[in-house]
Design a protein around this ligand. Structure first.
Ligand SMILES: [Zn+2]
Length: 388
């Protein structure tokens, strides 16, 4: 039986660039050939599917529950909502968020989870992914062993017997996990993901012993910690290394960027969430110039609204322009596809011969450039061709 499929769109998005006049031949599900049109094309374009580099599916039901505001007041509002969130409501929200990811062309989700609802949600919609099981030791700062054991157990039961989506314990943030536990995550060599420098409060806490995070630790009676920045603090803890994904990295300066590049961390940029919470604008242009692998993530609906990679790409462009360090649309597309995949150690996420990257069609017949695709794209134009 001949298992060859010819797809003849207006064009293909190759390495982030919309190239018109090309068609693609698939053999047994893999890219066999990319060549100039051999007939009349159909009115859509084809791209590798998206990789959502950072997500919290379980917070989908909290969308619109917290008034937009500054990061710390948002966090303070989130905590009681999170405590009240029952597993059934969270599961319903996670399923909706997984469905929305699929609808906007996402094939792979890098997920932070506390409740055991993310894996069933992803599997339920045929998505691929990796789940980072949230570790917070704020309440057991001096003796976190019991909490760490509980997180490992949670990760194991969340993983269950399925192999498709690994579930790995991960530290939530520098200010919610005690120094000894951060060091053990650093020394483990395991893959982890951690929120870093989302706001300027981390630097104020570590460098000046001031600000709301300082107040939070002071009230809890935790011994003071001193470092020039969150980046230097995590480097000391062994977490500035390959296999570690740093989420946000809004408040990082050039010295931080050099350390990050030297350590080989990957970054997840979440521009809609950052804008909603008034975070500093992440210097993505400089991250890329320093050789860092940067992916694009929708973060949680509690800050960014429902997941939509097109809205996220528009926000990434807007953020870079507002910072005065503009990104090219092609770079933003790559953050949402092959660069995001690379940041999560996924191989073969581009249209090279032999690649089995999942493919989406975008029904935007007028599009002539990647910029057009970002400007006019949305879930309503996405159709799945292969995958996820
Ligand atoms: Zn997050």
């Amino acid at each position: 039986m001949d298992d060859r499929t010819l797809i003849r769109p207006n064009g293909l998005v190759i390495d982030g660039r919309l190239e018109l006049g090309l068609e693609i031949l698939l053999a047994e599900g893999a890219v066999a050939e990319i060549r100039p049109h051999t007939g009349v094309p159909e009115p859509f374009v084809v791209s590798p599917a998206f990789v959502n580099a950072h997500s919290h599916l379980e917070y989908r039901s909290l969308a619109g529950r917290i008034a937009e505001g500054e990061f710390f007041s948002w966090l303070e509002a989130l905590l009681p909502l999170k405590r009240e969130l029952d597993e059934q409501t969270a599961a319903g929200g996670a399923a909706l968020a997984a469905k929305e990811n699929l609808a906007c062309g996402v094939a792979f989700v890098a997920e932070h989870a506390d409740l055991p609802v993310s894996v069933p949600a992803l599997l339920g919609f045929g998505l691929r992914g990796i789940v980072f099981q949230e570790t917070i030791t704020f309440r057991d700062w001096e003796a976190p062993e019991e909490t760490l054991r509980r997180v490992r157990e949670r990760a194991k039961s969340h993983q269950g017997s399925q192999q498709r989506i690994p579930v790995l314990p991960s530290p939530h943030a520098p200010y919610t996990v005690d120094p000894a536990s951060l060091r053990s995550f650093g020394a483990s060599g395991e893959r982890v993901s951690i929120h870093v420098a989302e706001s300027a409060h981390e630097r104020r806490w570590l460098a000046e012993g001031a600000g709301p995070l300082h107040g939070m630790h002071d009230r809890a009676g935790h011994p003071p910690i001193r470092a020039r920045s969150a980046v230097e603090y995590l480097k000391e803890a062994g977490l500035c290394r390959r296999g570690v994904q740093w989420v946000h990295c809004c408040d990082v300066d050039d010295r931080d960027l050099e350390l990050m590049a030297g350590g080989g961390v990957a970054v997840a940029h979440c521009p809609r969430s950052n804008a909603a919470l008034g975070c500093p604008r992440a210097p993505v242009r400089r991250m890329i110039r320093n050789g860092l692998l940067v992916g694009l993530g929708t973060d949680s609906a509690a800050s960014a609204g429902p997941p939509d990679m097109f809205a996220e790409m528009r926000a990434a462009l807007a953020c870079s322009f507002a910072l005065g360090e503009p990104l090219q649309p092609e770079e933003v597309w790559r953050m949402a596809t092959d660069w995001g995949a690379g940041s999560l150690e996924l191989e073969g996420w581009s249209l090279d011969p032999g690649s089995r990257v999942p493919l989406i069609a975008l029904h935007l017949p007028e599009a002539r450039s990647t910029e057009d695709l970002i400007e006019h794209g949305g879930p309503e134009v996405v159709e799945w061709l292969t995958g996820p």
